[in-house]
Design a binder for this molecule. Structure first.
Ligand code: SF4
Length: 513
């Protein structure tokens, strides 16, 4: 192009070197190309070949250059030289900084290491900082996530073996119904925008549950302006409706979940509420054909989903699903009750539940490919449920965030929409075993002067003895809280769910509440 005699170069060369890496201005980890000239960063560009963002770069990502060249960037340790609040600091060398820190900390480590509470910010080095805490000997260690969304990540790891945002994605190409909770435009930003655009292009329905109608909620097909912090009640009312109508994926529950595992019903005793096990520690189910307990992982067991059974040692036990149905069929979780809490009309809750069930069961995805499941059973086709979900800080940043997230995952599981075509799919190494293996170190007896912990301070309790409590702070016994739901058991149908059928019909079983 010419203007007068002057040629305009529309593609000036801005760099003499390009480095490929990932952006860390937020948690998405978009692929970026960093252009350097004479060894200095000049420009950041999205990487079109990266699977997360496929070239998209947001404004925060572009501003990543300021991480390196902002005048406010710290280049050396700062030592306060005035009174606290005077903002008077001087730069010191690392040797001096480390000497000061050692002076502060060595006395604590020699005396009682747990008196050090070590909190780090959002960084990529928790493997290092967690290791440092365990070497110091303190279990009082946490990082950014403890104030952000670790409650949701924990809920995901305990329930389905992974969180909403790690090594996973809704099946944007096949999902028909997408439900999102408390999602702003921050976490998972670029991948979610690309996914939402794919869904809209395909005509899938997007429902956003969020107190405010900005961003994603503004482009959703339906926005549910929920009362802040009450999403859990809304989700449990959806579960109530699905259970009432018998619209859950029984095949999926029997094949992939602990729904048939037996839970000891022995009120007031130490093992009440724990899984029933055989002599070797294997978990048991009730085989309704043999009328006897069997190993829960026995692929030939005709596992029961309901009923109160007597264990060989004489104690009573019930399947997980039975307890779940007892609790959530209670009228406390009916849409009318939930509407008063979360501000979403009962009729809307009923309609959303019906829409979820319709998408999952009337529009199932059928992949015509024989396959073999974990137990060696061959299946001629893969059945998928085209319903997917996503949740983020609007859930985690409220009280009950852990249980709200667990409820959302439970809803996904009941619909059979985890790790199936059309649903919410993981990429190896996820999902992990649920719950994950590491247990928390730092119990009584494991913390001692000048001694490292025997393991990482962050872990996953799987039994009361794993909890970091002392004799003065026993875990709260939840039996009393459960007692008022016991009578619901009397309303469960006498017939057993038939594992041959994908769904059960609540009305046929007389479950019409
Ligand atoms: S969404 Fe933006 S800030 Fe976050 S990783 Fe991607 S480019 Fe960086």
């Amino acid at each position: 192009m010419q203007k007068g005699d002057r040629a305009i170069d529309t593609s000036p060369v801005v760099s003499d070197e390009v480095k490929y890496t990932t952006c860390y201005m937020c948690a998405c980890r978009c692929g970026i190309k960093v252009h350097l000239k004479d060894g200095a960063i000049r420009y950041i560009e999205g990487n079109r070949d990266h699977p997360v963002n496929r070239g998209v770069l947001c404004a925060k990502g572009s501003a990543g250059i300021m991480q390196h060249y902002s005048p406010a960037r710290l280049r050396k340790p700062l030592k306060r030289v005035g009174e606290r609040g005077d903002a008077a600091f001087e730069e010191i060398e690392w040797d001096e900084a480390l000497e000061i820190a050692t002076d502060w900390l060595s006395g604590i480590r020699e005396n009682d290491p747990k008196k050090l509470a070590f909190f780090t910010g959002r960084d990529q080095s928790q493997a290092l900082t967690g290791w440092w805490a365990s070497q110091f000997g303190t279990p009082n260690y946490a990082a950014h996530g403890g104030f952000c969304s670790v409650n949701m990540a924990t809920a995901g790891l305990y329930t389905i073996g992974g969180s909403f945002w790690e090594f996973r994605e809704p099946d944007w190409e096949l999902s028909r119904y997408f439900l999102m909770f408390g999602v702003a435009e921050d976490h998972d930003s670029n991948p979610l925008k690309i996914g939402l655009s794919t869904l809209k292009g395909r005509g899938a329905k997007i429902v956003s549950v969020n107190p405010v109608q900005t961003g994603y909620s503004a482009i959703a097909d339906e926005w549910l302006g929920i009362t802040p912090g009450t999403d859990g009640m809304f989700v449990l009312a959806l579960i109530h409706e699905l259970l009432r109508a018998g619209r859950v994926d029984v095949d999926y529950l029997l094949r992939y979940t602990n729904a048939p595992w037996l839970v000891i019903d022995d009120p007031g005793r130490a093992e009440d509420g724990l899984f029933a096990r055989d002599g070797e520690g294997g978990i048991l189910c009730w085989d309704r054909r043999r009328n006897a307990v069997r190993p829960a992982l026995d692929p030939d067991a005709a596992a029961a989903l309901k009923g109160s059974v007597t264990l060989p040692d004489g104690r009573a036990a019930k399947p997980v699903f039975h307890l779940l149905a007892e609790r959530y069929l209670d009228s406390a979780y009916a849409p009318e009750a939930a509407a008063k809490v979360c501000g979403i009309p009962a009729g809307t809750i009923q309609r959303i539940a019906a829409e979820l069930a319709e998408a999952a069961f009337e529009h199932e995805v059928v992949v015509d490919q024989p396959w073999t499941d974990w137990a060696g059973r061959r299946h001629e086709k893969m059945i998928g449920r085209p319903v997917s979900m996503h949740a983020m800080r609007g859930i985690s940043a409220h009280s009950n965030g852990f249980h709200t997230c667990r409820a959302i995952h439970l809803l996904q599981v009941l619909l059979g929409s985890i790790d199936v075509p059309g649903g919410f799919r993981f990429k190896p190494p996820f999902p992990r075993p649920a719950p994950p293996g590491p247990k928390p170190a730092g119990k009584m007896g494991e913390v001692a002067p000048n001694t490292s912990l025997p393991g990482p301070p962050l872990g996953f309790p799987t039994a009361p003895e794993d909890l970091l409590v002392d004799d003065d702070n026993p875990p709260v016994d939840s039996y009393d809280a459960l007692a008022d739901t016991k009578d619901v058991a009397n309303r469960l149908p006498d017939d057993q769910f038939d594992g041959e059928h994908r769904q059960f019909d609540g009305d046929d079983y007389g479950w019409g509440f």
